[in-house]
Ligand binder design. Sequence first.
Ligand SMILES: *[C@@H]1O[C@H](CO)[C@@H](O)[C@H](O)[C@H]1NC(C)=O
Ligand SMILES: *[C@@H]1O[C@H](CO)[C@@H](O)[C@H](O)[C@H]1NC(C)=O
Ligand SMILES: *[C@@H]1O[C@H](CO)[C@@H](O)[C@H](O)[C@H]1NC(C)=O
Ligand SMILES: *[C@@H]1O[C@H](CO)[C@@H](O)[C@H](O)[C@H]1NC(C)=O
Ligand SMILES: *[C@@H]1O[C@H](CO)[C@@H](O)[C@H](O)[C@H]1NC(C)=O
Length: 553
Amino acid sequence: MDTRTFGFFSLLLITTLVNAEDPYHFFEWKVTYGTMSPLGVPQQVILINNEFPGPVINCTSNNNIVVNVFNNLDEPFLLTWNGVQHRKNSWVDGTPGTMCPIQPGTNFTYKFQVKDQIGSYYYFPTTALHKAAGGIGIIQVHSRPLIPVPFDNPADEFAVVVGDWFKKGHKSMKNLLDSGKSIGRPDGLHINGKSAQVGAPVEPSWTFEAGKTYRFRFCNTGMRTSVNFRFQDHDMKLVELEGSHLMQNDYMSMDLHTGQCMSVLVTADQPPKDYYLVVSSRFTKQPLTTVATIRYKGSNSPALPELPPPPPENTAGIAWSINQFRSYRWNLTASAARPNPQGSYHYGQINITRTIKLVNSRSYVDGKLRFAFNGVSHSDPKTPLKLLEYFGVADKEFKYDSIPDEPPPDVEKNVKIAPNVLNATYRNFVEIIFENRENTIQSYHLDGYSFFAVAIEPGRWAPEKRKNYNLEDAVSRHNVAVFPGCWAAVMLTLDNAGMWSLRSEMWERFYLGQQLYISVLSPERSLRDEYSLPETTQLCGIVANLPKPQGYV
Ligand SMILES: *[C@@H]1O[C@H](CO)[C@@H](O)[C@H](O)[C@H]1NC(C)=O
Ligand SMILES: *[C@@H]1O[C@H](CO)[C@@H](O)[C@H](O)[C@H]1NC(C)=O
Ligand SMILES: *[C@@H]1O[C@H](CO)[C@@H](O)[C@H](O)[C@H]1NC(C)=O
Ligand SMILES: *[C@@H]1O[C@H](CO)[C@@H](O)[C@H](O)[C@H]1NC(C)=O
Ligand SMILES: *[C@@H]1O[C@H](CO)[C@@H](O)[C@H](O)[C@H]1NC(C)=O
């Protein structure tokens, strides 16, 4: 054990002795339809406690979070906690493979712990196409008081949801997908549910005091579009990415792909007036741009109309974005909660026990658009996978290992629609390769884990490419973007037992099958490794009337 790891454990021990139980945060959320104008035109949105974005969950590592969700929509509903690992507890993951949806007019209480995590995450709905309508908000996890953070306390912190938006409405978008068509292109971008154009009179979204430094936590919660964000006349210091403190670098603009989150520090070191935050689309045929205003306290001079330029598009823009990805390095000396202090801290020295290579595809099955991994396009069985497995009736609705670890030669041919579940071995150290042979950018996410994003490169992956991996200070995160014609490699230890969603964060792709579940079972059926089915879990499908199995001990 080196000193860093030792420091972490001794602090852990102290706080464990002082606090018999970690603090709780209770929330009661009413999910309703409402009317808002994310693109300046009133439309139906999904609100949480009358807000979009929904309430910020502001907490500290190891806190217990209890969210009682009342579904007042006309359809079943679920929320997932994107990037929050809730270890041993995929029971509350909120994906269709882990939970029965909350029926209209009923409520369900999610309970989970943000164990050994810090950073910026978000929640969103996984049912139907609700994500296109809202129900989204930021989760910010602070370091515990005794753990030093590698930057001074900011004067304030601001949670910022950004993303693309459609005017069609989630029901007609779902109908399009159900009939085998694409949802098409978004109509605009929003910043915290608002969009503004340069020169339009708007209330400032944030206020700066000269000389102070602010933390912005950005998450791209959109349906499909990568964005770039930048501030007029202010650099950004990138300090945190999806739960890892980084080597701090200054940037003039940041790419943020669908499903990604990051924190930047911005110092109010410019003449006091208004400034724009600019968010623009990346790699889209028709560029989209929106702005929000920052006002220095006491200023009444409007922001100048000249916006900082976006990074290049096309091939040069892809190279630019890959370079930016490569500039992200984990700060190995910054103390923080680590995803797995014992093992994967020195992830470069662990032998790989399994390589799962996933090739994405877009094709038509019986004339309908489908997206797949290795030739299988996922469909949810009637009963959530996790419950089928726990009740011992998995074989009634799905088969394990429906795809091979090595993709078939023509992934887009003969695509099969079926539940897609990989059977993994608990505590294996695995490598997952995402190979994107399509000409559009992809974005992938795994629930329940952080992984080390060790490489993104153009071309096809081959075992000898491993020599190009960053085996020292790759960032431990939960999302990786895969650029057109490129591959990405991630590594992780499968030490969190449960049924975990691995998915495209581009929501049309998710909805039409580009997702799978990794079943990680501890052979011991022990409470040390996984919680038993919580008493309050709602049952549905074929397990609704089965006797409950003996819990883990
Ligand atoms: C969020 O939580 C942190 C840590 O507990 C606290 O310092 C901060 O004041 C909280 N922010 C808000 C807006 O409640
Ligand atoms: C529903 O809400 C009520 C009132 O807060 C609470 O007592 C009950 O436990 C909740 N039910 C579920 C399934 O969470
Ligand atoms: C890394 O973290 C250490 C410890 O908190 C801090 O002193 C240092 O400035 C950080 N390095 C960079 C480059 O951000
Ligand atoms: C990793 O694999 C190498 C070569 O197969 C072997 O010599 C080494 O002992 C293994 N290391 C561990 C930690 O298992
Ligand atoms: C899945 O893996 C577990 C643990 O290795 C094993 O016990 C089980 O038999 C496997 N199931 C199938 C269907 O392969």
